[in-house]
Design a binder for this molecule. Structure first.
Ligand code: ADP
Length: 488
């Protein structure tokens, strides 16, 4: 086996349903490969609708006892699970770099980030308060209590194979729900290792099942049509999110959707240039441009434009792209060959329409799914690199003159996940922060995410919030109880 772990027990290739490791009813498998070199890593159990149904039924059974426990008892399991993630941080990072490609320092960081959601919701789950409502009648009182929404189904992407799972599973379990997960077929090993650690933490069978499979529509179809599932939570592309919302309509399921982004980074003439370059650089090229809050469009004021591009070019020229396991690698591969083709198609179409390549601009020759870190100038809002999520290491740098124009450019998209801007002007900070139509705004900062903040988008970037005290709401129903006859 190509992956060497300190604890080989964390390399699981069977699915995890109702507390059992299983090959599925048909015994089929699908291959997981290393995007840095195409190496075959594992054959993982390939499940479908029937096993998904089995996991949902188990979740429904398991939830009955789980929801009746005290929040403190549920919290204790999540705390243990959190500790086990940190104890096994290196192995989880190795699995992640092998199947996803990101450099080891990013993988270690993601494991800590993923673990932080377990800890946060272990704590926050104890704070599910209700209300007593004074009523118009003197003989009664209204009470609002919060209850778990029911069985949850989750579908997650490959770009954050750990944290996108824990930020859904942790709040669901903390409030008393059970959850069935379909991880991305590109990165099932990280998800299965999480399940193994959940089992070691003492999570009772059925509360967290992992249905691995290559037939996403079959698994997703069952999750969205099965009446036992009360809530579907999804992180992924906007088209798939819309499809799942449509499918959920028939049984009126609640949904949380964390979908695509098209993040602007606006840099005003009055910005601290070095700070802005550093922020844009990290935001654009983290995970080789494959995050939903990655800077997609750098929008730079004319007075500072040339200096910004030159500093950005000099910084990008220092990148070392390569295998995520190599100590000097700063940037890893894209997830698939198709991803490389898609990114290059966007760059090529921009170049055909007049864009200039400052650096990069081509797939990297040789093995692995690498794309050169790229900067484009002479770009305009009609180009695909302005309108579409790039999901690769390509920075188109647009020019603007006035604050009004910058806000209009930032908002000229159907997406609304994250926006960033750099300025030293206090009035402008408020005007722009309030003027951009985004769920999250970074002012003089692009590293905005953590477990304590409400992560989520507006417009076609989705609905619902993950993390923070608001993240519990997505897994709770409000029930109104009328206590009457109080004057008798
Ligand atoms: P990406 O382009 O990042 O892979 P996707 O939206 O295609 O984004 O994938 C995110 C997750 O959605 C993955 O787990 C994938 O398997 C799943 N998925 C893709 N298509 C469907 C579908 N029709 N039904 C349910 N899940 C799907």
């Amino acid at each position: 086996m190509a992956i060497q772990l300190n604890d080989p027990g964390l390399l699981k290739t069977q699915a995890y349903i109702d507390g059992n490791w299983t090959d599925g009813f048909e015994g089929k498998t699908f291959a997981v490969t290393n995007p840095a070199n195409g190496e075959h890593l594992a054959d993982v159990a390939d499940l479908g609708a029937a096993e998904t149904r089995q996991a949902i039924e188990a979740a429904s059974r398991a939830m009955k006892e789980w929801r009746a426990l005290s929040a403190a008892s549920r919290s204790a399991v999540l705390e243990k699970w959190h500790a086990l993630l940190l104890e096994n941080q290196e192995d989880l990072a190795i699995l992640m770099t092998a199947e996803q490609g990101k450099p080891m320092f990013e993988s270690r960081g993601e494991v800590a980030y993923g673990a932080s959601y377990l800890k946060w919701f272990a704590e926050e789950g104890k704070r599910v308060y209700g209300d007593i409502i004074p009523t118009p009648q003197t003989d009664r009182r209204g009470i609002a209590i919060k209850q778990p929404v029911g069985v949850v189904a989750a579908i997650t992407p490959w770009n954050f194979p750990n944290a996108m799972i824990t930020r859904k599973v942790a709040p669901a379990l903390a409030v008393g729900c059970a959850i069935v997960l379909k991880p991305a077929a590109e990165t099932p090993l990280s998800a299965l290792a999480l399940a193994e650690l959940a089992e070691r933490a003492g999570l009772p069978a059925g509360l967290f099942s992992v249905v691995t499979g290559s037939d996403a529509p079959a698994i997703g179809g069952e999750m969205t049509s099965n009446p036992t599932v009360k809530k579907v939570t999804f992180t992924g592309s906007t088209p798939v999110g819309k499809l799942l919302m449509r499918q959920c309509a028939d049984t009126v399921k609640r949904t949380s959707m964390e979908l695509g982004g098209n993040a602007p980074v606006i840099i005003f003439d009055d910005a601290d240039l070095d700070q802005a370059v550093a922020g844009a650089l990290v935001s654009k090229y983290r995970n080789s441009g494959q995050t939903c809050i990655c800077a997609n469009r750098l929008i730079v004021q004319e007075g500072i434009y040339d200096a910004f591009v030159e500093k950005l070019r000099a910084a990008v020229a220092e990148f070392s792209i390569g295998d995520g396991f190599a100590a000097d690698t700063t940037h890893g591969p894209l997830i698939t060959e198709k991803a490389v083709r898609d990114v290059h198609a966007k760059v090529s179409s921009a170049v055909e329409e007049g864009a200039k390549v400052v650096i990069g601009g081509e797939p990297q020759a040789g093995a692995g799914n690498f794309y050169q870190p790229t900067i484009l100038t002479d770009v305009n809002p009609q180009m695909r690199v302005f309108r579409e999520e790039i999901f690769g290491p390509v920075a188109p740098v647009f020019k603007f003159s006035t604050e009004e124009e910058a806000i209009a450019m930032a908002n000229d998209t159907e997406f609304g996940l994250a926006a960033y801007f750099y300025t030293e002007n206090m009035g402008r900070m408020w005007r722009v922060a309030e003027g951009v139509d985004y769920g999250m705004v970074g002012v003089n900062e692009t590293a905005i995410s953590s477990e304590v903040i409400p992560f989520g988008g507006v417009k076609e970037s989705g609905q619902g919030r993950e993390g923070s005290k608001y993240g519990l709401d997505d897994y709770l129903e409000t029930k109104y109880i009328c206590m009457g006859g109080l004057n008798r």
